[in-house]
Design a binder for this molecule. Sequence first.
Ligand code: FE2
Length: 333
Amino acid sequence: MRILGIESTAHTIGVGIAVEEAPYIVANVKSTYIPEKGGIHPRESSRYLAEKAPEVLREALKRAGLSMDDIDAVAVALGPGLGPSLRVGATLARALAIYYGKPLIPVNHAVAHIEIGLITTGARDPVAVYLSGGNTAVIAHHSRRYRVFGETLDIALGNLLDTFAREAGLGPPYVVNGIHVVDRCAEKGSRFVSELPYIVKGQDLSFAGLLTASLRSLRRGASLEDICYTLREIAYSMVVEVTERCISHTGKKEILVVGGVAASPYLREKMEWASKHHRASLYVVPPEYAVDNGAMIAWTGLLAYRSGVRIAVEESYIKPRWRVDEVDTPWRE
Ligand code: FE2
């Protein structure tokens, strides 16, 4: 069985191809929109994705040594994400499904981040910590679905780091050699800036106030290095606190970190400490599969397809707010 997967929920157009046996992923090609300056405008981003889609698709098939005739079904991330970006992948997937007569498989982007984490690390039933530019959630599987055990109430951890970096003149690019520029700058700080807030409400997190307070401290003349040092310490500690409580509640014995912010060595250090404390094993998704990619959509599509999940082309609407806990996971029964 060979499943082609298409990712286009935000700023990356990715096409991956998954198969049932090791190595599981036989192609993973992507192209990411990076604006020269400022934040990302959804319309400009989607224009970029549409422009790059044909060559990303061609390259993925070429790397796998396959043609569309060899593909059994087309999987596509229908959400959550930015409407204009989602439409690019959905349009491509529908066109391929109709033209080549292939079944279409709907995939939730957050579920895909977790599934690729499981297959690439060997974790089986973890507390998944999903950290990216647009998402921050602590998730665990329980009664037929992935359930959210804590999430951000406003902006995502990645958004906090990127926005602060941009306003402080540290980026873009935000990630250099796999390390976030805020992380790197924090290494040179040593003094804790006491006015920055730590906000965990129940099991949920809030980063917006931390961003505002950090920028205010910067304007008032506090050292950039010390602010990065404090911001990093607070933001990662908040995530670790919620993760630890989820481990305690669920009794799970594994922690899996997925998503674009998973690569942070300092976060890893903190998570290692937490996992030892709870006698759990720590898994971190490899960098190639941490960022948005088509392989994770293809692999999750394969799992879903084997369990009979399909969607008719005329019903394949995009779902910008599709939550991870709205998805049945028959392949995990
Ligand atoms: Fe993502």
